[in-house]
Design a protein around this ligand. Sequence first.
Ligand SMILES: [Zn+2]
Length: 427
Amino acid sequence: MHDPPQHALRERLIPAMSVPSASGSPITNCRVCDSPDLEPVIDLGRHPWCNHFLKKEELGREPFYPLRVVYCHRCMTAQLDYTVTKEVMFSDHTYLSGITRSLADHFRRVAEEVDARFLKRLRSKSVLDIGSNDGTQLKHYQALGYDVLGVESSRTAAHRALQAGIPTVNRFFNLDTLRAIARRFDVINAAGVFFHLEELHSATDAIRDGLKESGVFVVQFLYMKRIVENLAFDQIYHEHLLYYNLATIESLLNRHGLAMFDAYVAPIHGGSIVGFVTYQGRRPASSQLLLLRECEDRDGSNRSETYRAFFRRIKLLKKENLEFLENARRAGKRVFGLGAPAKGNTLLNHFQIGTQDIECLVERNELRRGLYSPGMHIPIMMEDELDSAPDIYYVLAWNFKQEILERYAELLDRGVQFYFPINPVDP
Ligand SMILES: [Zn+2]
């Protein structure tokens, strides 16, 4: 007897319209340039908010929202066409940037680089970090003698930063917040936050107004060109309202009197841009930046067809992953998920991977102890709660591949398989 392929069944089981919610809204015009000429290019279906891990009593009661990328035919920016209200997403998230070693190392290198390149000779220097989380980035600036200030919307993260001795304002960053701070800075940093901003134009104005005449804005963001090349569609989630390439973020900055003068690709989250920005007309574009712009042109990174092709590849990846898990199940293997990152929930929900495939998600972030993954409701287990190792680890935190393979070398030796659903071409 032949069963129908499992993934075909699951297509039909995707929950239809769940609880309607007043905590979000669709957009009809581009977030950057206001054009109505938006084309849907990637439709991942309806998803719960990926960062709200659930308590047992909340299971099945979470709202679902559309998760769809549209392409603006005027300014070429890829973006979500639905906004989950920022108070829902950022007031109490449980992501702590201090957790992972490679991210902490990256933040230290960026602080040292910025200081050495732009501010070495200044005696008193200041930095403002937008979305400063638990203060991981600012600690490194503090160690270099900077007067530091963080702005962080999550109460939990802001509280941790304050406890660690990092001055932090618990607010959303926009013009009102900058007016309340009433200062200008030598450096403004925004790492992994610039695509979140619902108040995009107010926040960009606030960056311009908060920067000293010779100041540098350091912007770090997931590079959409790399997301596409790596097939890392799990980076698409409600917190990421915008998916920038250089051409698109530069057009946004230019609208607000700012301009990028240098950039490079760092191996964070599978490929992120570290860009250096100042007032327009101050510094020429570096040869490195010119080269990156050329690569975008050459590869058609800002064309709508590139995004349509990306969606076709996501469908093939889904088929491949579900076949792998189906075979594992038929062979009677135990499969655990490794890591419970927010992005993992895009993957689990889009692929409809639940407890029938994966027993639990093994996590190290204490804040998630005893919780369940949004949408698919897979229980989270701390490493110290496990009674035995699985046959297979399905690695949701694929972007820490090297770190994971080193940490679990002993399990690898014992024959535990580590399956990476996404394999960056150039990590
Ligand atoms: Zn646009």
